[in-house]
Ligand binder design. Structure first.
Ligand code: HEM
Length: 362
């Protein structure tokens, strides 16, 4: 498939329907001055422009290394690839003379009460989200960008994700077995996106959005020993159908107002805490775009898998963190462990063939 158009007011990879494969790569900038940073951003832009369009890499003499890794063969397909670039608060720490330009909403991700954050998997000067229809396309894009930016930035941590096909229908499932993404903002509703996701005109960030990444491990060995009724009460939905516990179908809207004491859907359930559907909770809505991850085993032989939770919003504290504070102490916390992640500002899109990432800032 061709990729979403690269040039425009907004970057692709936010409202783009989630492709099946992704990697989220946090990087630290090695360039030491503003000129080096601009150079880096221009190179990332050029690579993203080529990779998302696809094409034939340039030929070079047989003496040198080939221009392309060859992972995708001689013709690089676009394969619905999106390259989405975000910047972390640490980019504004003074190394590049940008301290005065840090938007107040761009802070380092705080640690929440139930977090087990590993510094080696947390924060970063930059966040590169690569998504595509196939895993080799994601790997190829990462290798291409890493190769062309050598010396300018280095990988700090990385989380690879996948989305399963619908089983048997409806929204894809996460690795706790539940459909994940049933109730979400609507990416094709322009007004909703302008209200909750895209940053409004009037600043250099206009057209961008804030991205929160949370690498959340699932303690699946424990989870698999929990009874189905208890599992369903933790989420407030049926596992098989995805229907709310007071409904029959996945798309039925839960009627919290008619159930003030939580008889059908417990007050502590994930969906009730995450979205109480009250006027007061309305401004904290977010666009979720999560991926499953499966990373082998830990040092004691437990499976290392979970959710790369990704969400987009205008303000990480008033939206994501507000929800996170409501979720504090939910029954699900015994079965999940946030281990990493960060807050990033997704820059506005690259306007045209002469523009580059960060041009409004640098
Ligand atoms: C809904 C799973 C973490 C926010 C849901 C649903 C599931 C789920 C199964 C119900 C289906 C749906 O409407 O999508 C999980 C798992 C998590 C996790 C397994 C961790 C491993 C989070 C976090 C947040 C969050 C960290 C935000 C701070 C939401 C929201 C909804 C939701 C806003 C929609 C509620 C609604 O509108 O009814 N989640 N979630 N979730 N989750 Fe999570």
């Amino acid at each position: 498939a061709p990729s979403p158009v690269f040039h425009g007011l907004h970057q692709a990879g936010v409202v783009t329907p989630a492709q099946p494969h992704a990697t989220h790569v946090a990087l630290d900038v090695l360039a030491t001055d503003r000129a080096g940073l601009e150079d880096l951003f221009r190179t990332i832009t050029e690579r993203a422009r080529f990779l998302t369009a696809g094409g034939v890499p340039p030929e070079i003499g047989i003496a040198g290394p080939p221009a392309d890794s060859g992972v995708l063969g001689p013709l690089v397909p676009a394969d619905n690839l999106t390259v989405t670039l975000g910047v972390g608060a640490s980019l504004f720490d003074g190394r590049f003379g940008l301290a005065a330009h840090r938007p107040p909403a761009l802070t380092a991700m705080p640690a929440f009460p139930d977090d087990h954050l590993d510094p080696a998997r947390t924060h970063g000067d930059l966040m590169l989200q690569l998504c595509a229809d196939n895993r080799d396309t994601v790997v190829h894009a990462l290798r291409d960008i890493a190769r062309h930016t050598r010396g300018g930035m280095q990988i700090r941590w990385r989380a690879d994700g996948f989305i399963a096909p619908p089983r048997p229908s409806g929204t894809p499932r996460n690795l706790l077995g539940f459909k994940d993404g049933t109730s979400n903002l609507h990416v094709d509703d322009r007004a909703e996106m302008d209200r909750f996701v895209w940053l409004p005109a009037s600043s250099w960030e206009a057209g961008g959005t804030y991205m929160v990444v949370r690498v959340i491990r699932m303690l699946v060995e424990f989870w698999d020993r929990v009874g189905i009724v208890e599992q369903e009460r933790m989420f407030g939905r049926r596992r098989d159908s995805g229907a709310p516990l007071d409904g029959d179908h996945e798309t039925d809207v839960p009627k919290f107002a008619e159930d003030p004491v939580g008889e059908a859907i417990p007050l502590t359930s994930h969906i009730r805490r995450a979205n109480p559907r009250t006027p007061a909770s309305e401004p904290s809505r977010i666009l979720r775009r999560p991926y499953n991850y499966d990373s082998g085993v830990d040092e004691v032989g437990d499976l290392d898998m979970g959710l790369v939770f990704v969400c987009f919003q205008q303000d990480p504290d008033k939206q994501f963190a507000e929800i996170q504070r409501r979720l504090a102490g939910e029954p699900l916390v015994d079965y999940i462990q946030p281990v990493g992640g960060g807050y990033f500002l997704v820059l506005r899109g690259v306007r045209d063939a002469t523009d580059y990432f960060g041009s409004g800032l640098l």
